[in-house]
Write a protein that binds this ligand. Structure first.
Ligand code: PEP
Ligand code: MN
Length: 338
């Protein structure tokens, strides 16, 4: 931690700051320039609240130089984490494609979509059985019946399953049907829930919260990692900004920034990221070009009648075309679509 002292601070103020830093257990290194004194404090604990120093008389700025997260950080583990989900690697050279409807609706729907996304080359079938809807009156998902259909459809067409768990009480049930547990944006800061996910043997894909900073998002991943589950991937799904023309603002910049800060794989979700069908396609291309380790895309054979997120779901033929395009983009950046 670096403490920059105010230009007109007195020697008494500076000594006072040093004393407080010592009281907190820091080693202090003082650099006195012509106009400015800077104090280097060594030994900052991850949970130290820098405001304790900011409010001392004579302090101009306090900068933390180590991240408050450890297990999720690139400095702790320089090599990429590669998840192994029943032989499918997430975070390696290959880009993994996950596709399917927003929600599982019925047998015919999920089997039709599973068949088409498998034919186009997807590795995972997505689909929610428990849905976090803004309105309590909207379709809430089929529950266990939906999980059964999702698993059967995935198995029939050689796909893996990713589906959302909304609360602690559902973990045990959903684990029986899924290969990867999806944690929704609205649950990113549900810390008691994240702690429980640290105990599951399934890989977890943690979506970014609607207004979460990179640091907050990585701190949430830290909860799962520190609970003992090292199989964690992050998912950029767009953030809330002042823009109203799109559902969310797809933050492509998170992909290279997270790769620099963390060894965890990052998946892009352009469907929720922009929320408008025809614009999902260019945002997916951009996410792959930016280095995403995977993409998760909503696809529906009859989106006009979908029970959720039809407006952002691709038609199967659009998804097939998108797959061709991202194969070319992957090749251009030395990667490959699995
Ligand atoms: C979803 O994947 O359908 C979903 C609800 O996502 P999010 O949590 O990102 O809104
Ligand atoms: Mn959705």
């Amino acid at each position: 931690m670096v403490v920059v002292v105010e230009q007109n601070a007195s020697e008494k103020d500076i000594e006072g700051i040093i004393r407080v830093l010592h009281d907190y257990g820091f080693d202090v290194h003082r650099s006195t320039g012509v106009n400015q004194t800077v104090l280097g404090a060594i030994g900052v604990k991850p949970d130290f609240d820098t405001r304790q120093i900011e409010l001392l008389p004579g302090v101009a700025h306090v900068y933390r130089i180590t991240e408050p997260y450890k297990l999720a950080s690139r400095s702790f583990k320089p090599e990429n984490t590669v998840l192994d989900v029943r032989g499918v690697k997430i975070g390696g050279k290959e880009i993994i494609v996950m596709a399917g409807p927003c929600s599982v609706e019925n047998e015919k729907q999920i089997f039709t979509i599973a068949k088409s996304v498998a034919e186009s080359g997807a590795k995972f079938l997505r689909g929610g059985a428990f849905k976090p809807r803004t309105s309590p009156y909207a379709f809430q998902g089929m529950g266990e019946e939906g999980l059964k259909l999702l698993r059967r459809a995935a198995d029939e067409f050689g796909l893996l399953v990713i589906t959302e768990v909304m609360d602690r009480g559902q973990i045990e049930l959903v684990e029986q049907y899924t290969d990867v547990i999806q944690i929704g944006a609205r649950n990113m800061q549900n810390y008691t829930f994240l702690k429980e996910l640290g105990k599951t043997s399934k890989a977890v894909m943690l979506k970014r919260g609607l207004s979460a900073t990179f640091e907050e998002w990585l701190m949430s991943a830290e909860y799962i990692l520190s609970g003992g589950n090292k199989q964690v991937a992050l998912c950029e799904r767009g953030i809330r900004t002042f823009e109203t023309a799109t559902r969310n603002t797809m933050d492509i910049s998170s992909i290279p920034v997270i790769h620099a800060k963390s060894h965890l794989p990052i998946i892009a979700d352009p469907s929720h990221g922009i929320g408008i069908r025809d614009k999902v396609i260019p945002m997916t291309r951009a996410a792959v070009a930016a280095g995403a380790d995977g993409i998760i895309v909503e696809v529906h054979h009859d989106p006009d009648h979908a029970l959720s997120d039809g407006a952002q779901s691709l038609f199967p033929h659009q998804f097939a075309e998108l797959m061709k395009q991202i194969r070319l983009i992957a090749e251009a950046i030395g990667r490959k679509v699995a």
